[in-house]
Design a protein around this ligand. Structure first.
Ligand code: COA
Length: 358
């Protein structure tokens, strides 16, 4: 049974009060200090912007667990209204260290599973940080299966091999391809081709044993994501390569920067269409982007990116540039049916039923 001093409440970012966000910000910063101990805390404004900018195609169900005026745990289920992957839901549960092992996660899991059941999502996925062993222990207790190992790689710009950067650019296939930049919303005339390229490239990234379908980005989804970036005050630069002879898009790399965290740049996707691979485009795109960052964003001290451990081609380029392993992650998957059985068994063995939603 949930400790009687605790209360579970739904959290709606569009109805939450300033006081709710202050509590959410404190909770988020406690968790961030555990995941990313080197990072500065986030401001309340950032917290509000992050929660309120979730694109409408993502239906986020969120619960917070309160002890008086403090949020001590959070659970969420993400139902994406996309054309693909309608069989699954992402979920997240976070409990402050001093409140762990009190069945709080189990209570939140029940609410998450109810959403998955209602939405007919047969599979649930989540990820854990290897620096917080409690996450993997919890997943193993549920009998979830690890589906993919990945890591955050980080490049300290002080360690960057600048000679290599110039070499890659001087060896680039400039007669066959040209680079271009999108630093504002994608041009309307190219949005369908961009959606097609992103779908092909994201789908070709390794996801090991995760039961994920190919992504099919739509123009509407891309526009909603762009609006979300604007609301978060996040700037995106996309460098793309075009095949000169046909005018076709061949590949792209994207980075995200926010003035709230000016020293850390996030490297997003980098990808080249299979037929244009092994021509040095990946290296060229990455090198040209970093060159631009060095020239135009002198505040940036480090670049972070996430890669599946099995993504040999991307890791090779990143390692050569000086990216170093920074954090390890496991992505887990578990059938909804299994979660329901676990919860049922737990309820039977506990004195009182699980669930005290308000
Ligand atoms: C993982 C996490 C959410 C668990 O929260 P919690 O409230 O301590 O979990 P509960 O008390 O509800 O435990 C549920 C079950 O997992 C088991 N469990 C939880 N943490 C465990 C640990 N560190 N070692 C062994 N078993 C553990 C419990 O014993 C319980 O098993 P039971 O069914 O036999 O009773 C919490 O440790 C956390 O916030 N970790 C960081 C974020 C994270 O990794 N989240 C997981 C991804 S969503």
């Amino acid at each position: 049974m949930l400790n009687s001093k605790l209360q579970i409440k739904t959290f709606d970012p569009h109805k939450a009060t300033e006081a709710d966000f202050v509590a959410m910000n404190k909770f988020g910063n406690r968790m961030q200090a555990e995941y990313w101990p080197e990072d500065p805390p986030r401001s309340v404004e950032q917290t509000i912007r992050a929660w309120r900018s979730i694109p409408p195609y993502i239906e986020e169900h969120v619960w917070t667990v309160w002890s008086a005026n403090t949020i001590v745990a959070l659970g969420s289920a993400e139902i994406s209204r996309t054309q693909d992957n309608q069989h699954m839901t992402w979920f997240e549960i976070e409990v402050l260290p001093e409140y762990r092992r009190q069945s709080i996660a189990k209570h939140l899991l029940k609410l998450i599973a109810e959403v998955a059941q209602r939405e007919k999502r047969r599979l649930m996925m989540s990820f854990t940080d290897s620096a917080i062993p409690a996450g993997a222990a919890f997943m193993k207790r549920l009998e979830a299966r690890p589906g993919m190992e990945s890591r955050t790689n980080q490049l300290n710009l002080a360690d960057l091999d600048r000679t290599l950067l110039h070499e890659w650019q001087s060896e680039a296939p400039t007669d066959e391809f040209a680079l271009g930049l999108w630093d504002s919303p994608y041009p309307e005339a190219e949005i369908d081709a961009i959606a097609e390229m992103k779908s092909a490239i994201v789908s070709s990234m390794p996801h090991d044993n995760l039961e994920l379908e190919d992504r099919k980005f739509t123009k509407e989804e891309l526009r909603q994501r762009e609006q979300s970036l604007v609301e978060q005050k996040m700037e995106r630069w996309t460098l793309y390569a075009k095949h000169r002879a046909t005018g076709e898009l061949a590949g792209y790399t994207e980075v995200f920067w926010e003035s709230f965290q000016p020293e850390t740049l996030r490297q997003g996707d980098t990808g080249v269409y299979p037929k244009y691979r092994n021509k040095g485009l990946g290296r060229w795109l990455k090198a040209a982007m970093i060159d631009k960052v060095l020239r135009e964003r002198p505040q940036v001290k480090r670049i972070r990116t996430g890669n599946a451990n099995s993504n040999a081609p991307m890791l090779k380029i990143n390692c050569e540039m000086g990216f170093k392993p920074y954090k390890n992650w496991t992505t887990w998957q578990i059938e909804l049916e299994k979660v329901l059985k676990y919860l049922e068994k737990s309820e039977k063995s506990s004195a009182s039923p699980v669930g005290s939603r308000k």
